[in-house]
Design a protein. Sequence first.
Length: 185
Amino acid sequence: MPGDSNWLFQSALSCVRQRSRGGESPLSRRRFFCYGLLGIVSSLYGRLSTTFGEQPQSKLQIVEGQVVRLTDVLKAQDVQLDTDAAPWALALRTADGKLLPILKTLGSRALFQDARLLNRPVQLQAHVLPRSSFLVVHRFYTVKNSLPHEVYYWCETCAIRRDYPDKGVCECCGAPMELREVPLK
Ligand SMILES: [Zn+2]
C-alpha cells in the first residue's frame, strides 16, 4: 500500500511540474486539478505511512522515576530471569508504578555500569521507541533535593572526565574514577 501511494504522489507531483513548465495560466482548470490531486495524495500518503510502514519519530521527553533491576522486580512475581540476562535488564519505575524498560545505549551506559545510580530518583531525557514502551535514553540526571544533577566520572590526577565508568579506573593512571554529581546550573 505505501508503494502505491508513493507512485500516486510522484504522479501528482510530475503532473504539477509539467503544468508549470507548460507556461499555462496559473488559474487554468487543469492546474487546479493537479494541485488538488497532489493535496489529496499527500494527505493519504501521510496516513498510510503512519499505518503501514515508516515509523513515526517520537519526541524527546523528560521522564522521572527510579531505575531498577528487572530481576528484582520479577523475583517478587516468581519469574526467574536468566543470570546472564540480569545485568542488562533495567527499567524506569515511574511514580505511578509503570515499568519502562531501558535499552543499553551510550546515553544509558552508566546506569548499567554503576549500581550506585539505581533505586534512587532520576530524571531521564529519553524517547519512547514507537509502538513500544522501550526507553532510549539520551541523557540522565540524578535528582537530589528536587534538583537534577549532572553525573560524570572524574580522575583528579589526570583531569579526565568520562560519562560512564567502564572498569571504574582511569585509563591514564589507573586510579579509581570518582563519581561526581553536580547540580545543573
Ligand atoms: Zn588518571
